[in-house]
Design a protein around this ligand. Structure first.
Ligand SMILES: Nc1ncnc2c1ncn2[C@@H]1O[C@H](COP(=O)(O)OP(=O)(O)OP(=O)(O)O)[C@@H](O)[C@H]1O
Length: 258
């Protein structure tokens, strides 16, 4: 679905990302992990077409980004980034409606309004629909933006791509799992998600593929059992760790500081 070969990104003469090969296929949930400053957000911005690589191009659905029509592209891929504050007193349903901007000119259609109502119910946010966005808690705001990107991709297109940069910030345990299950359900319908995560144990439970970045370089990519090893993680995070088998899921369970 999305492919990049030998991708570089530099600012002035400094490489923030160097020689990254990456691919993500339909139905895959890919976690991007690595220490602070590794280049995860920069990488996500590159494959979201927010910034352009210094060399080579990202190919999304067999076509380079530069050849996509912007409105059409917005109906095939959506990116979640952190919540914002607004000087205008927007309601929650108005913020979620922003996800429908690629679908209407001036006035939302009946279908846009229904899509927003449906996604608010699906994400358990219907109780906040008429509330002022600025008064929500950090975690609630975060969930509103997840609803916004989901509603952006509510259409009949196949193989859609969701990009999420640290979507679990500010969320309690229940909502962390709820968001990850929602992303997984999205992928199970033949779509794909690329998600920057700091919690390696949650990545281990939900992702099919993991990419580890460090200092702008891809250290490894593969299934969770392949990449979540004591040797790789203790070196990348510069912390001693143990990797054991989660007794319930059988996936790697990582314990740092041991
Ligand atoms: N526009 C820029 N100009 C110069 N340096 C930048 C720019 N954007 C990012 N960087 C640097 O690139 C590096 C990678 O940043 P990035 O935000 O991608 O890291 P990250 O892995 O997402 O980190 P974190 O886990 O802390 O969010 C950092 O050292 C950052 O300071």
């Amino acid at each position: 679905m999305i492919k990049a070969v030998n991708l570089d990104f530099k600012v002035k003469s400094k490489y923030l990302l160097k020689s990254i090969d990456f691919s993500c296929h339909a139905s895959e949930f890919v976690a991007i992990v690595g220490p602070n400053g590794a280049g995860k957000s920069t990488f996500l911005s590159l494959i979201a077409n927010e910034i352009s690589p210094s060399d080579n191009e990202v190919i999304f659905k067999d076509c380079v980004f530069s050849l996509w029509c912007r409105t059409n592209l917005a109906q095939h891929k959506a990116k979640f980034s952190q919540s914002f504050s607004s000087d205008i007193p927007l309601l929650v349903k108005d913020v979620v409606m922003m996800g429908r901007y690629p679908y209407f000119q001036n006035t939302p259609s009946k279908q846009d309004i229904e899509s927003v109502e449906q996604i608010l119910r699906y994400t358990g946010l219907d109780q906040f629909s008429g509330c002022e966005y600025n008064f929500l808690s950090g975690g609630e705001k975060q969930r509103v933006h997840i609803a916004r990107v989901l509603v952006q991709l509510q259409n009949n297109n196949k193989q859609k791509l969701l990009l999420l940069d640290e979507p679990l910030n500010n969320l309690d345990v229940k909502h962390q799992h709820s968001v990850l299950k929602t992303i997984r359900a999205f992928c199970d319908k033949g779509n794909a998600a690329i998600v920057v995560l700091h919690d390696l144990n949650l990545a281990s439970e939900y992702a099919q593929k993991v990419v580890i970045l460090d200092k702008g370089i891809k250290i490894c990519q593969g299934g969770v059992k392949q990449v979540f090893t004591q040797e790789i993680l203790s070196k990348v995070y510069q912390m001693p760790c143990q990797v054991i088998e989660n007794p319930i899921s059988k996936n790697p369970l990582i314990i740092f500081g041991q």
